[in-house]
Unconditional design. Structure first.
Length: 94
């Protein structure tokens, strides 16, 4: 049961990372379009986009490592379920 939860959590993390990558590429495409079609436009806030991407990836990696430790340390199925749901809640806050 624990391995199923761990595998599902890791697959969810991969899909979330792929979605974040697509969203970031769309944002950069919009910035590129605006910069090319608006003569006085300058891209502001690119540092915050990089920081947001870094924090999202860091969160995915840390929650995956935490899932391995938390799910591995569960002794009963109820502990496993409650700990997994708590970690999934923290993962979805971002």
């Amino acid at each position: 049961l624990g391995l199923c939860f761990l595998e599902a959590f890791i697959l969810n993390a991969l899909f979330v990372s792929a979605d974040e990558k697509q969203a970031e590429e769309k944002i950069w495409d919009i910035f590129g379009y605006l910069k090319g079609h608006t003569p006085n436009y300058e891209v502001h806030g690119s540092l915050y986009l990089f920081m947001g991407s870094f924090v999202n990836n860091w969160l995915v990696i840390m929650c995956t490592l935490d899932a391995y430790m938390i799910i591995g340390a569960s002794r009963t199925p109820s502990d496993l379920l409650l700990d997994s749901l708590g970690l999934l809640f923290l993962f979805n806050l971002d």
